[in-house]
Write a protein that binds this ligand. Structure first.
Ligand code: SF4
Length: 422
């Protein structure tokens, strides 16, 4: 770690943050990064010189534990901790991610309308002017190289990078699995299939395509190009998202090939971050179809694997209302299988999603309670239930009350699912 000072700028390169993701109510930085401290802000950059986080240091900053993070899709997310009662119990996290785009959050706070936050984002863009003198002679070459990298990452370059990422994988990721919260949403996306088996009416993240697997050649090309894309910062990743909405339906041959080749090509064994993780979405049908062979093979991968299954409801009328072409028996069978897989395989964790919204009928909630209480004899900490607020919800206080009622009766961990894109 080297530190250099110029006027009121303090530049530190090669900082080592935590090497495991943790859940804390204060800012923790992960992996390797560089930072620039001014009297007003702390800016952090990844190893490609791309801005990653901003935190205000003055008393006008909303809260000392809050910060802004830029995603690989060039979206800013504000990590808010200061305003909410029992946030951890709602999200399983100490912070509320506030997005700069529409989502399904039941909390209305929009930090991006706040002048203090706008000023911080502008300062992040303007700092390049103050950095130019550091390219002159007499500045240590390691500092000069780092500053040179930052200066190449203009605002327009960052948005071009996002376009490039989307072009490599075939389009934006409309929603990440809820379990990716365990790695602070820092995943490498790799698409192994497109579309999904159903086209539910309520769904705001679906694509129009019907389900189709990608070819092995397409997946290998993505892996090669992603390695070049992440470049010097690749070493800060240890998590892979196999997309898109129902990668489980692609079958073991494609899942296994993709996970193993990505692990090796991205050199996850040498990542700055420990405990590699793999994330997939699945549907009731693809999950019920998956046999013991698939789970045994997944369990042997060098990843801890999370599979998130969209069950939505165990009530026939609700399933019909949302136009999900499965019956309640299938939901129950998939739920029971989720409990069995979670007990049998130590490296696999299945989680499930259900809908939450003011207009859903009481039978929908009774059906969920029956599954997450009556089917279990005691509390289990493995295999969370995520309740996904419908975007059409108007009365957010009622929705939060509904969630608390379900959570209080659940014998599995239960959290809200906020839609986050990449
Ligand atoms: S909820 Fe899942 S299965 Fe239904 S349309 Fe959306 S992505 Fe497809």
């Amino acid at each position: 770690m080297d530190t250099y000072r110029l006027n009121d700028l303090e530049i530190t390169i090669d900082k080592q943050g935590a090497n495991r993701y943790t859940k804390t109510s204060y800012p923790v930085r992960y992996g390797r990064f560089c930072e620039i401290k001014t009297p007003q802000y702390l800016f952090q950059y990844n190893l490609n010189g791309e801005i990653k986080t901003i935190r205000g240091l003055n008393s006008d900053w909303p809260h000392p534990s809050e910060w802004l993070k830029r995603t690989d899709a060039n979206d800013w997310v504000f990590y808010s901790v200061g305003r909410y009662h029992r946030l951890f119990s709602f999200l399983g996290e100490y912070y509320l991610p506030c997005f700069s785009y529409p989502s399904n959050s039941p909390w209305e706070y929009n930090p991006f309308g706040d002048f203090i936050i706008q000023k911080a984002l502008a300062a992040g863009s303007r700092i390049v002017v103050d950095l130019r003198p550091l390219l002159s002679n007499g500045v240590p070459s390691r500092i000069k190289n780092f500053v040179g990298r930052i200066l190449r990452q203009h605002t327009s370059t960052l948005s071009r990078q996002t376009e490039k990422l989307h072009q490599i994988i075939g389009g934006p990721v409309s929603v990440l699995p809820p379990d990716t919260r365990h790695v602070d949403y820092e995943i490498i996306p790799l698409m192994i299939a497109d579309g999904c088996l159903y086209h539910c009416d309520f769904c705001c993240v679906k694509s129009r395509r019907s389900f189709q697997r990608r070819s092995e050649a397409n997946i290998r090309r993505q892996i090669r190009r992603l390695k070049t894309f992440y470049a010097a910062n690749l070493g800060n990743y240890n998590a892979l998202f196999l997309g898109n909405h129902d990668a489980l339906a692609a079958g073991w041959d494609l899942i296994g090939m993709s996970a193993v080749e990505a692990y090796e090509t991205f050199d996850f064994a040498k990542s700055h971050m420990k405990n590699p993780a793999l994330f997939l979405f699945g549907s009731a049908d693809s999950f019920l179809k998956a046999g013991a062979k698939l789970f045994e093979a997944l369990n042997r991968l060098p990843f801890y694997t999370y599979i998130n299954i969209g069950l939505e409801s165990a009530d026939a009328a609700t399933l019909e209302h949302i136009n999900k072409p499965i019956g309640p028996n299938k939901t129950r069978d998939a739920f029971q299988k989720m409990l069995d897989v979670n007990r049998c395989y130590p490296n696999i964790e299945i989680t499930a999603n259900f809908l939450l919204g003011g207009r859903l009928v009481p039978d929908h909630y009774d059906g969920i309670i029956e599954l997450i209480r009556a089917c279990l004899v005691r509390f289990y900490s493995k295999g969370a239930i995520y309740l996904s607020p419908l975007k059409t919800v108007r009365n957010r206080a009622v929705l939060l009350r509904q969630f608390v009622e379900i959570k209080n009766r659940s014998r599995l961990p239960a959290y809200l699912y906020l839609i986050q894109r990449l």
